[in-house]
Design a binder for this molecule. Structure first.
Ligand SMILES: [Zn+2]
Length: 271
């Protein structure tokens, strides 16, 4: 375990030195090459081996969501001819971020506006009680949630900026965009403002309601199926089954008509 000892990568088995590996939370290592299969914005030291493997599979799948989707590009010049891009499609409810560092990764990350969530203490308490580790609620004022912070070096001079999004995903608790000091301060501020504006635009677009409806339809389909199975097991015959299916169809129509509202976990448990 010395400073210069080599350790095998948990994914490819390659023996790697300290400078080209990261220790995961499960105490094994990931090499810099395998790291490129992860989300460029993930912290491998915060992931276990299983979570990293799950993320690799997900990255490949998620990237397909960008195929054929027209992206609106907001860009920030960060010096030496390099740029940071925030590209989004409000109707699809998604965005992707490209930085000079993320370009070295194998897959483009896909993020969803609906996963930018604020911390909610009451929901966190409930989730903890039922064994879910994270809880965030939907955001209304993005400028208060997406932060822009100037970094300062030991000499108090500007050392770049950080834009931070809280992000609701068990594997990715936040998105951190690192901006080098070579960028122009005014342009950095405009870039941050335009990101907040795009998020606000998505919020007002109704896509969020569509996504909630989508979730409700899945919930309804699952519970209808459950009722159908129960009716069949109880031997209620075709009448019982038809009744369960009819209820499911009626609920689906109510969801489309906007009569069913999505409840937060807190409301579900105590509402
Ligand atoms: Zn490896």
């Amino acid at each position: 375990m010395g400073l210069f000892s080599k350790e095998p990568c948990a994914f490819c088995g390659k023996e790697v030195g300290m400078m080209s590996r990261t220790k995961m939370s499960s105490k094994d290592y990931i090499c810099d090459d395998c790291r490129k299969k992860l989300n460029p914005f993930a912290r491998p030291d915060h992931l276990s081996k299983d979570q990293a493997a799950e993320m690799m599979a997900r990255m490949e799948r998620d990237e397909k969501a960008l195929e054929g989707v027209k992206l609106i590009d907001r860009r920030l010049s960060v010096g030496r001819g390099q740029e940071i891009h925030f590209q989004s499609n409000i109707a699809a409810g998604l965005f992707t971020i490209t930085t000079p560092q993320s370009k070295r990764f194998e897959h483009r990350p896909v993020f969803y506006f609906s996963d930018i969530r604020e911390w909610n203490a009451s929901e966190a308490f409930v989730n903890q009680a039922v064994g879910v580790s994270t809880a965030r609620e939907l955001v209304h004022d993005y400028t208060s949630v997406i932060s822009l912070k100037e970094k300062r070096g030991a000499d108090q001079r500007n050392d770049g900026w950080e834009i931070r999004f809280p992000y609701y995903s068990g594997l990715l608790p936040e998105i951190l965009i690192k901006i080098p000091k070579e960028a122009d301060p005014g342009e950095v501020r405009d870039f941050w403002k335009s990101i907040c504006a795009v998020c606000g635009e998505w919020e007002r677009s109704g896509t969020r309601r569509a996504r909630d409806a989508h979730d409700l339809h899945i919930e309804n389909a699952m519970s209808t199926l459950n009722d159908v199975v129960k009716a069949a097991v109880k031997g209620e015959g075709s009448d019982g089954i038809a009744e369960a299916v009819k209820k499911g169809i009626e609920k689906a129509q109510d969801i489309d008509a906007g009569k069913v509202k999505k409840k937060s976990l807190f409301e579900k448990l105590f509402g």
